[in-house]
Design a protein around this ligand. Structure first.
Ligand SMILES: [Zn+2]
Length: 386
């Protein structure tokens, strides 16, 4: 079959001509862009390199005014200032971007978010919140909601935090139910402490239990509320229900459980609960509570406090040793005092709780870490037992 080469005669020159035109067009574009790249750019860069940042930023602003395509430069500059802790400058850059009428839709949202971050970092929470609110119904909406959630947590505004967590939960990416439960518990604490509103607190805690039936905190707080009202039976009931929902938290309530059981003459079931829990988790706090239960039932002190020795056979524990020694009758009182003082000194750091996320240590148990603000990041065991 003959192949028709005639098309080459016409086709090749046309292809060359088109290629040449395309390359001319590219070169033309490049020249236009080069001409457009304003001198202010380089002046700004020069200032920046000479550490004259005020002059540099003015030069860059001038550069951006002359060329609407340089918003990237602005964003980079704003981020740079924010990262260096120069928040006023970062705000100036981003506000300038926002004031430009020719800024595209996506860039406008991005600048608004960047401005909010500037305010957040600067600790200007009111301004930050206002800037974040403007990001509803934009691509940055979810980031803005998360930032607002953290902001309300910092301000301990639990009502707003709960509303925001609800929105994020509905948006559906991450599970916020754990945090929501804590917000309700915090609101209940505020209602009790600040307003003395026990009925309101009780309603909030009921809501929290309905939302997360297996959360320990609302049940423990509700027990505290009942105890405060003098309703010790109901308080005890709440704590006795804990093993079914959050057995690992029993060390936290063991001593209160014994106190309430003793006051309501229900030591036997409380003791059974604690013994079962101890089988699962031989915690010093549970061992301690069992000794207290024995003592309350009139078991002779020497015999009751064998509990500490038994615990040490289970788990070597300085805390148990110190508690055993605490009221052990010694022939020589000076020796006891000296021993006890040394042991207690050694025990103090071991009896703390430690955040699993950041390592923050505290004498008391925290639901929210004061160091890293994580929720329930403290294991309910003492450092010695970790
Ligand atoms: Zn922490």
């Amino acid at each position: 079959m003959d192949f028709d080469f005639t098309w080459l005669l016409f086709g090749l020159p046309i292809a060359f001509a088109l290629g040449w035109l395309a390359s001319r067009f590219d070169l033309h574009q490049l020249r236009v862009e080069n001409r457009r790249a304003p001198k202010a750019y380089f002046r700004g860069l020069n200032y920046l390199l000479n550490e004259q940042q005020d002059q540099a930023i003015d030069a860059f602003i001038e550069a951006v005014q002359k060329d609407p395509d340089t918003s990237e430069l602005h964003f980079a500059l704003g981020n740079l200032f924010r990262r260096r802790g120069e928040y006023e400058r970062a705000v100036r850059v981003h506000e300038h971007l926002l004031s430009r009428a020719d800024l595209g839709h996506a860039d406008r949202e991005r600048a608004q978010y960047a401005l909010a971050l500037d305010f957040l970092k600067a600790g200007l929470l009111d301004h930050a919140e206002e800037a974040l609110r403007k990001l509803d119904d934009t691509h940055h909406q979810e980031q803005a909601w998360l930032a607002r959630l953290n902001l309300y947590e910092r301000a301990r505004d639990w009502t707003q935090a709960a509303e925001m967590a609800g929105r994020l939960q509905a948006a559906g990416q991450t599970d916020f139910s754990g945090r929501l439960t804590h917000y309700l518990c915090e609101q209940a604490e505020d209602a009790m402490r600040k307003q003395g509103d026990l009925a309101g607190a009780r309603a909030l805690l009921g809501q929290a239990i309905d939302a997360s039936p297996d959360a320990a905190r609302p049940r423990i707080q509700l027990a505290g509320l009942f105890a405060k009202q003098g309703n010790l039976d109901l308080a005890l009931q709440q704590l006795m229900a804990l093993p079914a929902h959050a057995p690992r938290m029993i060390p936290l309530i063991a001593s209160e459980l014994v106190r309430l059981a003793k006051a309501t003459n229900q030591l036997a079931p409380a003791r059974t609960l604690l013994q079962n829990a101890y089988q699962q988790t031989p915690s010093i706090d549970i061992a301690d509570a069992l000794v207290q239960a024995d003592l309350s039932e009139g078991v002779p002190a020497l015999q009751a406090r064998r509990g500490y020795v038994d615990h040490m056979a289970h788990e070597p524990s300085l805390i148990a040793a110190a508690r055993w020694l605490n009221s052990e009758p010694f022939a020589d009182d000076d020796t006891r005092k000296a021993l006890q003082g040394s042991l207690e000194h050694a025990v103090r750091p071991l009896a703390r709780y430690r955040c699993a996320a950041c390592g923050f240590e505290a004498q008391g148990y925290f639901w929210q870490c004061p160091g890293c603000q994580a929720w329930e990041s403290f294991p309910p065991r003492r450092i010695e037992e970790l």
